[in-house]
Design a protein around this ligand. Structure first.
Ligand code: PMP
Length: 296
């Protein structure tokens, strides 16, 4: 699914066939989860394939690497150029791009000098699908921000996400909604969360969440559409009585939510601000207005 016989990936300065690559079984990333990565999308536009907010994603990759003491010797410009080359080599326009920075053999709990950079891409539909999601408040909390850098996209952080999504699915829900250590709503396993009440949008402030690139795009679009939006702490009980809600993320885009813990929201998805924002988001990523966000 992620690659076939012809897929080309970038690995440490070389373009290689994905099926011909390998890695060390003693990689520190494999054993301890100390790697960093990104999830980026490119879209087919009138001007060809364009990577949405490449600069913001690669800024975050450099930030994540720095926080994890990983020496990543690439600039945002180099990574962006490589990403466009990757798309071209694989003949992709609408694609999901996965850069991964992983480490060489090191069984000690110390930084590793051997740093590998891999860029891959594949066609990937909307991560959470097209129908409105039924969420469950997870029994798993997001990691305490004093236990890690929550704003860094670190491979090991995703064990928490896997546990939460698996629990939600095992209980018959589509996806999980995780709380922070104070029992306020934080975010989804791989997406930020917004809800709507009485004509106003609410989302958790930064501090216990990954500050999503899509989340920031929603702030811009809400402003342009004249929607009031507030960052605040809130409980799942407040969400139970919401008019509408949605997840945002590069892979998920803007995904409508139908209910939390079986409490159905007051409005149907088409009548919510989230629906308008989902449409505005598609326009932003696919049309010419994206240009102001482009690096190249
Ligand atoms: N939160 C988490 C935990 C995520 O994994 C993601 C996906 N990267 C997001 C939020 C959304 O971030 P973005 O909009 O930058 O994709």
């Amino acid at each position: 699914m992620y690659y076939n016989d012809d897929t080309i990936i970038y690995l440490d300065g070389k373009w290689l066939k994905a099926k011909e690559t390998s890695t060390s079984l003693y990689s520190q990333t494999l054993h301890y989860g100390s790697g960093v990565f990104e999830g980026i999308r490119s879209y087919k536009t009138e001007d060809g394939a364009r990577v949405f907010k490449a600069k913001e994603h690669y800024e975050r990759l450099l930030y994540s690497a720095e926080k994890m003491h990983i020496k990543l010797e690439y600039s945002i410009e180099e990574l962006t150029t490589l990403t466009y080359q990757l798309l071209e080599k694989n003949n992709l326009e609408n694609a999901y791009i996965r850069p991964l920075v992983y480490l060489g053999a090191n069984m000690a709990l110390q930084p590793t000098d051997e740093v590998h950079v891999m860029l891959s891409a594949w066609e990937w539909g909307k991560y959470l699908g097209d129908s409105q999601l039924r969420l469950m408040t997870s029994s798993f909390q997001r990691p305490n921000p004093k236990s890690c850098f929550v704003e860094a996209k670190v491979t090991g952080h995703y064990t928490n996400s896997i546990l939460a999504t698996t629990e939600a699915k095992q209980n018959g829900f589509d996806e999980a909604l995780l709380l922070d250590m104070h029992e306020n709503v934080a975010e989804g396993p791989g997406a930020n969360f917004f809800y709507e009440k009485d004509g106003k949008l609410f989302t958790a402030p930064v501090g216990n969440i990954l500050n999503g690139v899509t989340r920031q795009t929603i702030f811009e679009l809400a402003d342009e559409l004249g929607f009031e939006l507030e960052e605040k702490f809130f409980t799942p009980e407040e969400v139970h009585d919401a008019d509408g809600a949605f997840f945002t993320g590069t892979a998920a885009e803007v995904a409508g939510v139908e209910s939390l813990d079986g409490h159905k929201f007051n409005f149907s998805w088409e009548d919510t601000m989230g629906f308008d924002l989902a449409n505005a988001y598609q326009n932003r990523v696919r049309k010419k207005e994206y240009k102001q966000f482009e690096l190249v």
